[in-house]
Ligand binder design. Structure first.
Ligand SMILES: Cc1cc2nc3c(=O)[nH]c(=O)nc-3n(C[C@H](O)[C@H](O)[C@H](O)COP(=O)(O)OP(=O)(O)OC[C@H]3O[C@@H](n4cnc5c(N)ncnc54)[C@H](O)[C@@H]3O)c2cc1C
Length: 326
């Protein structure tokens, strides 16, 4: 069975929610609003409070407000690596819309953490700065990319190694879990495979400084085209089949998806949640899938793989909020 984070499951009294709300800009605050449209899976019940943070400081201040009132909070990027429960989130969900970017002449750029990676990549290539183009087509904010240590295969034709966003990272400004703001380096972030300090603390990335190299625009455009077509041929298309990307953690030398595939589960469906026909480590929402459907499908795949191969698959996505019916 999968495990939930228990984040956003404790009922918050109305006066306490009102106290948090009174600290936030009312024009960007929404009450009892479904989270589903803001996730790549298009699944998830209502947040008590949903706030659109406009800048890095606004993001940090919103967290301060929730902390002051003892209310649970969650920072949502593009929602590309989470499954939000059908019961939604008790407390404050902060959508990160902090998207200001400053470019420097030496190839450094400072991007607020809500900047959409696709937008940043387009801008970098247009300016002739190389290093980000490898990650084209991966749904992510800049903050999510650092949280994850975003990765993809090196350019065609070799594709002989995995490249990581850590390779172009210089520093980032964070809100530490106790509230203080600071600039930290790669040593503090502790980049690993699908791992950073942000998985183990409640620190939040406010903005990131990338160091890019001068590049040939033609070569970069070639990488964009090759990577997009490589992905397009192997992964279900998000616009038609919402998903959260890979569901299970990588098993070195074995391949989680291969094990699911060898259990004959491609196309297997519970409700409107389905194991993709073209990629066995991706589950797709056929339209009306619930979080309960996805959790049941995850458990089914885990049990089948364990029975046949003795491997216990571990989910790589985050489970957010209440998994009780909405
Ligand atoms: C179709 C598809 C394909 C994918 N392909 C790849 C791939 O090739 N390579 C790859 O590495 N990943 C891939 N992923 C996974 C996903 O794109 C990454 O995990 C991405 O970094 C998530 O970013 P996000 O902004 O959507 O974060 P969210 O999903 O919104 O959040 C994920 C986690 O990050 C935390 N977080 C978000 N913003 C911040 C912040 N500012 N500071 C600290 N923590 C933060 C959240 O609180 C949450 O815990 C894929 C996903 C999909 C749906």
């Amino acid at each position: 069975m999968t495990t939930a984070t228990n984040r956003g499951t404790t009922i918050v009294p109305e006066p306490v929610l009102n106290a948090v709300a009174s600290r936030l800009d009312p024009s960007r605050l929404h009450r009892a609003t479904r989270i589903a449209p803001y996730t790549a899976f298009r699944i998830g019940g209502p947040a008590d409070l949903l706030y659109d943070a406009a800048t890095g400081d606004d993001l940090a201040d919103a967290i301060d407000s929730a902390e002051t009132e003892g209310v649970d909070w969650f920072v949502l990027g593009l929602g590309a690596n989470v499954l939000v429960g059908d019961g939604g989130f008790r407390g404050l969900v902060i959508r990160n819309l902090a998207r200001h970017v400053t470019w420097h002449d030496d190839g450094r750029c400072v991007a607020e953490s809500g900047t959409v990676m696709g937008d940043l990549i387009r801008d970098a290539v247009a300016r002739g700065w190389s290093g980000l183009e490898h990650y084209v087509g991966i749904p992510s904010t800049v903050g999510g990319a650092i949280w994850q240590n975003l990765h993809f295969l090196s350019p065609a034709p070799e594709r002989e190694r995995t490249m990581f966003i850590a390779e172009v990272f210089e520093a980032c400004r964070v809100r530490h879990e106790r509230g203080e703001r600071a600039t930290v380096d790669a040593g503090y972030v502790g980049f690993g495979y699908d791992d950073t300090v942000f998985h183990h603390t409640r620190d939040i990335v406010l903005d990131v400084t990338f160091r890019l190299a001068a590049g040939d625009r033609g070569a970069m455009h070639r990488i964009l085209q090759e990577n997009l077509s490589w992905r397009g041929a192997r992964h279900p298309w998000l616009e038609h089949h919402p998903s959260a990307g890979s569901i299970f953690r990588k098993i070195e030398g074995v391949g989680a998806g291969r094990l699911v595939d060898q259990c004959g589960l491609k196309g297997h469906r519970i409700g409107d949640a389905q194991i993709s026909h073209i990629h066995a480590n991706i589950m797709v929402n056929l339209g009306q899938a619930t979080a309960v459907d996805v959790r049941a499908l995850i458990a089914h795949a885990q049990d089948a793989v364990f029975e046949k191969f003795g491997h216990r698959l571990q989910p790589e996505i985050g489970f957010i909020g209440s998994f009780e019916p909405g």
